[in-house]
Write a protein that binds this ligand. Structure first.
Ligand SMILES: [Zn+2]
Length: 348
């Protein structure tokens, strides 16, 4: 079957059952829900939908990663009680299901949601409850990734790793590190937290390369991750690319978000194809539905139109996402079979 017209590609990529492995709950807060939360929680925020959207969506071009991260202050202020977290998680899962995301790994930093007295464990349980309700209603598979913050203390992140390990019964599958890299460049500060998570049965991932270039991606390998969130700047270091390829460390790439954070000079310079050529395993994701104002279908379409990947390339990328997923083998086989059946139905 030929998909030559632009609308055919758009429709096909919308309908494609996609995996999303790199998505932040706080960066994906629905504007209508944010309005409701601002009114009921008495948070100082815009009171109309357009104003709220403008406050939640980051500029297309920020100065750097730290500048982009300012867009998270408002959603985090709105998500400080269990009901708000539960609703935000359910709303996000439903939105992703509507975009034909078949498998979603949703991540967030529980310690950012404790300002009004919730414990990290209560935060995790609230998000898990909302995510489960959304998953049950829509049929999407959802797993959770607990994110530690580079700006938090060793003790806080060690305790968070323990809370994450104890929450595997509600869908937590991995432990992550995120936050301002320029101010806190060394992930091995939190080696102990990573080791608690690993020993407890969680997969390890971390954000790297949103600041500081390829050296930051090299540094991320110190904690032996299975996957790195971002890391596209590895393309500047051939030996590092060879290392990532040999170790089969996945990069969970987000071109729109990296363009916003001024990591590449423009979307067209995003090195997805070059990383792939060098054998680095990659997946395609959005990072943030609201902050980056992009759905996963739109990100696939952007990569098709602006980076020149073909539709077979994009289908292979979707398949890679299922391979890289932090789900059990049975779930991964089922998801790949669903993709194959979808392709067969369309004679592809
Ligand atoms: Zn991220």
């Amino acid at each position: 079957m030929q998909y030559q017209r632009a609308e055919d590609a758009r429709r096909l990529l919308h309908e494609l059952p996609k995996p999303e492995l790199h998505l932040h709950l706080d960066g994906s807060l629905d504007a209508a829900l944010a309005l409701e939360l601002a009114a009921t929680r008495r948070v100082d925020a815009p009171r109309d939908w357009a104003g709220m959207r403008a406050a939640l969506v980051a500029p297309e071009r920020c100065l750097d990663q730290a500048d982009l991260l300012r867009a998270f202050d408002l959603p985090i202020a709105l998500l400080q009680d269990a009901e708000a977290l539960d609703m935000a998680a359910e709303t996000l899962v439903r939105a992703k299901a509507g975009d034909n995301v078949a498998y979603l790994e949703m991540r967030w930093g529980p310690h950012l949601h404790t300002a009004k007295g919730l414990s990290p464990t209560q935060v995790i349980r609230a998000v898990a409850a909302g995510a489960r309700r959304g998953a049950t209603a829509t049929g999407i598979e959802v797993r959770l990734i607990v994110t530690a913050l580079r700006s938090h203390s060793r003790d806080e992140n060690r305790a968070l790793a323990e809370a994450a390990v104890a929450a595997q019964d509600v869908g937590v599958v991995a432990f992550d590190l995120a936050g301002r890299e320029a101010a806190f460049p060394d992930p091995s500060t939190f080696r102990e937290a990573f080791e608690i998570a690993r020993a407890g049965g969680l997969a390890i991932t971390l954000h790297a390369g949103e600041w500081g270039g390829a050296a930051q991606v090299r540094r991320a390998l110190d904690v032996s991750p299975a996957r790195i969130a971002h890391g596209g700047v590895a393309v500047d270091d051939r030996a590092l690319c060879a290392d990532l390829a040999a170790r089969r460390v996945w990069l969970d790439l987000c071109p729109t978000s990296n363009t916003q954070a001024a990591i590449v000079s423009g979307y067209g310079d995003f090195p997805l194809a070059e990383l792939h050529r060098r054998g680095v395993p990659v997946t395609l994701n959005t990072d943030d539905l609201t902050v980056s104002d992009v759905t996963l279908s739109e990100e696939y379409l952007n990569v098709h139109r602006r980076l020149g990947l073909t539709l077979p390339d994009l289908i292979a990328l979707a398949r890679s996402g299922y391979d890289a997923a932090f789900a059990d083998q049975e779930t991964k086989v089922r998801l790949r079979n669903t993709l194959d059946a979808w392709l067969a139905q369309r004679g592809m």
